[in-house]
Ligand binder design. Structure first.
Ligand code: MEV
Length: 448
């Protein structure tokens, strides 16, 4: 593909024009067009819906939608919908869910649900005067945003607090209005950002009109107004627990005590070493992101907030903790999760809606507990494999189909491969050799 020069006005073109233009950059434009169109939805109305989620939509990008059954969370059973491309994630979640369902399940609790937004501004005037005026400014901000907050208040949410934060020791004349919000069942990004942009306007207005400032609004320059994806007070806690002696993990060479000891070391390593911590936490997000995607939530926001939380002590660390006191294995995850079950894509995307229906139309709090449980489940599965047989056995078992599909294996070849690799080590090379061997006409063996 060779693209030279800037393309102007692309977004203004019709979908057909965009498709033609993009296809023209390929060696075989007709083939490229056919490929893109082959992933269109057969129902034009549904395709229009997908088209309108984003700009410049040409086609759809398929990801598998699967289910991890047997999630017992606070005594309630869930079939958890997951959208994920990594072949072993749903298998890992399911195996862990079943393991813990037989040991009391996941115990989850929402610790808090507060979200944060900020108006960042430069104030060159008298800092004391601004501080003293804060109670009046706060009243103005609350009153002035009523048209935006009234609906949220009727649902039990709204603005919780507004504070002036002095940060002029870090950047000259820099201040923030930091507000906290309750957004109930919505993730709340649009609500919070609308309120904050109005705050920015009301701040300037206040400085212009309040007698104490005599039009000093020119000394105030708003830099930006935006929510924070760091939500340490939108926190969920989940743990699993059992007697150490009950940690029978199906590996005859690993007694429960040895397994618990190795597991503890693995978690300790993720506490002190950021290289390991990043991978350890990635295993948690295998579960959380898959649910976020399946329910139409913003997984980038969730990851940003939780990774910041993982570094809250000044060093990036594991989000999970293990205790082995009183011969009990207690494994816990604390993670901020700003999830929503109303608004955004949650009810617009037909499959997100389906996922939520499947979960019994949970509240945002319930979804936080489900997602955190899946995060802990995936992490437990990963660490269990790592400290026992290693992850590649299970991972490659699930990856076998990807390699076979790479070679466009037929159904017959796949069945032969499954049988053969039941007892053989799977690697890209071993599968390649197997396929080549299968496809090579063998000369008749001549017995002498
Ligand atoms: C792979 O997607 C996730 C793991 O690397 C997580 C971990 O190492 O704990 C297996």
């Amino acid at each position: 593909m060779n693209i030279s020069g800037i393309i102007n006005g692309f977004s203004k073109m019709s979908k057909e024009e965009k498709l033609e233009l993009v296809a023209s950059f390929f060696d075989y434009p007709e083939k490229a067009l056919r490929e893109l169109k082959s992933y269109w939805h057969s129902d034009p109305k549904k395709q229009t819906l997908f088209d309108e989620f984003s700009e410049n939509t040409l086609s759809n990008f398929y990801f598998p939608f699967g289910i991890a059954p047997n999630f017992l969370i606070n005594g309630k059973n869930y079939m958890v919908p997951m959208v994920i491309e990594e072949s072993s994630v749903i298998a890992a979640a399911s195996s862990s869910a079943k393991f813990w369902a037989e040991r009391g399940g996941f115990h989850a609790e929402v610790v808090s649900t507060e979200k944060i937004g900020q108006v960042h501004f430069i104030w060159k005037g008298d800092p004391k005067k601004l501080e003293d005026a804060m109670p009046d400014l706060k009243k103005e901000l609350i009153k002035g945003t009523k048209p935006i907050t009234v609906n949220m208040e009727s649902r039990g949410g709204g603005i919780l607090d507004i504070r002036l934060i002095k940060m002029n020791d870090k950047i000259e004349d820099y201040y923030q209005i930091r507000a906290s919000f309750e957004t109930v069942d919505s993730m709340g990004a649009n609500f919070i950002n609308s309120v904050l942009e109005e705050f920015a306007r009301l701040l300037k207005d206040f400085l212009l009109k309040d007698k104490r400032f005599k039009g000093e609004e020119k000394d105030c320059e708003v830099i930006m107004a935006i929510l924070s994806n760091y939500t340490p007070d939108c926190l969920v806690k989940v743990y699993v627990e059992c007697d150490i002696k009950d940690l029978k993990i199906g590996d005859k060479d690993m007694v429960p005590e040895k397994f618990a000891w190795k597991f503890q070391k693995a978690v300790e390593i993720a506490q002190i070493d950021e290289y390991r911590a990043a991978t350890h936490n990635k295993g948690i997000f295998n579960g959380i992101d898959a649910i976020a995607l399946a329910t139409g939530n913003d997984f980038r926001a969730i990851e940003a907030g939780a990774h910041t939380y993982a570094a809250r002590n000044g060093k990036y660390q594991s989000l999970t903790e293990l205790s082995l006191e009183n011969d009990r294995f207690h494994y816990e995850l604390n993670v901020p999760l700003a999830l929503g079950t109303v608004g955004g894509l949650t009810s617009l995307h037909p499959m997100a809606k389906f996922s939520l229906e499947m979960l019994g139309m949970p509240s945002a709090r319930e979804l936080m507990m489900i997602a955190a449980s899946a995060g802990l489940a995936n992490n437990f599965s990963a660490v269990r494999s790592l400290v026992t047989k290693g992850i590649q056995v299970g991972h490659m078992k699930m990856h076998l189909f990807n390699i076979l599909n790479f070679y466009s294996a037929t159904q017959e070849e796949k069945l032969k491969a499954i049988e053969y690799f039941e007892h053989q080590k799977i690697s890209f090379k071993s599968v390649t050799d197997f396929i080549n061997n299968l496809r090579t006409p063998h000369s008749m063996e001549v017995k002498s």
